[in-house]
Ligand binder design. Structure first.
Ligand code: FAD
Length: 344
């Protein structure tokens, strides 16, 4: 990149504080921002430094105050009409400029569509590394460096990566993996308004229109109840039963990778290491064996129910409630008992 500023021979001690780039849509903080605030808070407390949320857009007063209630010590509120709609050029320029000026030691970004676009651009611009799609972050007790863990080699092993010579240490974090920060209206913090230096000419790609996808996405990340089907369904039609069951419970349909690979359901429903990581209140695994890669995406669910005809299936090792039997007998029986239970 022609205008990249490469940090050579930098003084690591000049860099202080943990930053979270807080994504919002039309004044609503995304869940990933709350997850980053929770994780960022832990890292900042370990390092004994401030946690700062960086918020870009327009008309951000309420969101800024909410970010303080969710754990930020400071919010950098950057408002500009050219930031109302996300563009790679504008967001990269504004965030990179503030990083170069204020020198945070850690910057966390959600591994959302926008975060995956933005993270590498900012890292390139400020001349540091980026560990993408992290699932675990820790501070090295010996030297205070950020230990960034993510699946590597197609998910076959977990790699822990450090950024020893450049700053900030930057990570994108997979949505749904970390806990969300809790709202505390009594928390105090500072909201600092920043006027960015931004002009039309800074934005090479112009957004003409924003069209919402008509494709039905699974919406797993925010689901409270997930009913997932696996290869044990035996065929594509089995998902009609899973959908009916999910609908009855007010839940969302998930799946194992085997079901996706068989062409029975879209990948957006896949739960697991190479799918979506979920933390619902109730996760019901139907005809899913419980391979390690599937467990990696759902084992943090509050309550796991497994329906499997094999009593030795590993899914029963993580299930809070296990039902051994044929899902084609058990699910209709549960649905019928829900219909007959007038108290429900
Ligand atoms: P199976 O393992 O075949 O299990 C089917 C289960 O259904 C069995 O336990 C069987 O007893 C039960 N069953 C059969 N018939 C019935 C019935 N009538 N009633 C009740 N139970 C029945 N997998 C994921 O899910 N998500 C991922 O993100 C993922 N990522 C991966 C990444 C890598 C790098 C690799 C190598 C693999 C990944 N996998 C992932 C695949 C994973 O290893 C397993 O192959 C997959 O999860 C198996 O899916 P399954 O449980 O549906 O099928």
């Amino acid at each position: 990149m022609s205008n990249a500023k490469v940090n050579q021979n930098i003084n690591l001690n000049d860099y202080k504080g943990v930053w979270v780039i807080a994504e919002q849509r039309e004044g609503q903080i995304l869940n990933i921002a709350l997850e980053l605030l929770c994780e960022g808070r832990k890292l900042a407390d370990k390092l004994n430094v401030e946690l700062t949320a960086v918020l870009l857009g327009n008309d951000l007063d309420k969101v800024s105050n909410d970010l303080v209630s969710y754990g930020a010590d400071k919010v950098l509120k950057v408002e500009h009409e050219l930031l109302y709609t996300y563009t790679t050029d504008a967001y990269t320029k504004v965030i990179a400029d503030i990083i170069l000026e204020r020198k945070p030691e850690i910057v966390l970004i959600g591994a959302t569509t926008i975060g995956r676009d933005l993270g590498p651009r900012i890292a390139g611009r400020v001349g540091t590394g980026l560990t993408a799609d992290c699932t675990k972050l820790e501070i090295d007790e010996t030297d205070g460096k950020l230990l960034q863990t993510r699946p590597a080699f197609g998910g076959n092993l977990m790699a822990t990566i450090i950024c020893p010579k450049n700053r900030p240490q930057m990570s994108t974090v997979r949505p749904g993996v970390m806990e969300k920060a809790h709202y505390d209206k009594n928390r105090n913090g500072i909201v600092e308004a920043i006027s960015p230096s931004l002009e039309e000419n800074d934005i090479i790609a112009k957004v003409i229109d924003v069209v919402k996808s008509s494709k039905k996405k699974a919406g797993l990340i925010d689901a409270n109840i997930i009913v997932s089907g696996g290869r044990g369904l035996g065929n594509k039609d089995g998902f009609e039963l899973i959908e009916a069951f999910a609908e009855k419970l007010g839940g969302t349909v998930g799946s194992s990778r085997a079901a996706v690979d068989s062409g029975w359901i879209d990948h957006s429903h896949q739960v697991g290491q190479t799918g979506t990581t979920v933390r619902p209140t109730i996760y019901i695994a139907c005809g899913i064996s419980g391979a390690i890669q599937h467990l990696a995406g759902m084992s943090e669910s509050d309550c796991i129910v497994a329906i499997n005809k094999n009593p030795e299936a590993p899914i029963f090792n993580v299930a809070h409630y296990g039902i051994v039997g044929d899902l084609y007998e058990i699910i209709p029986a549960i649905m019928e008992s829900i219909d007959n239970d007038t108290d429900l």
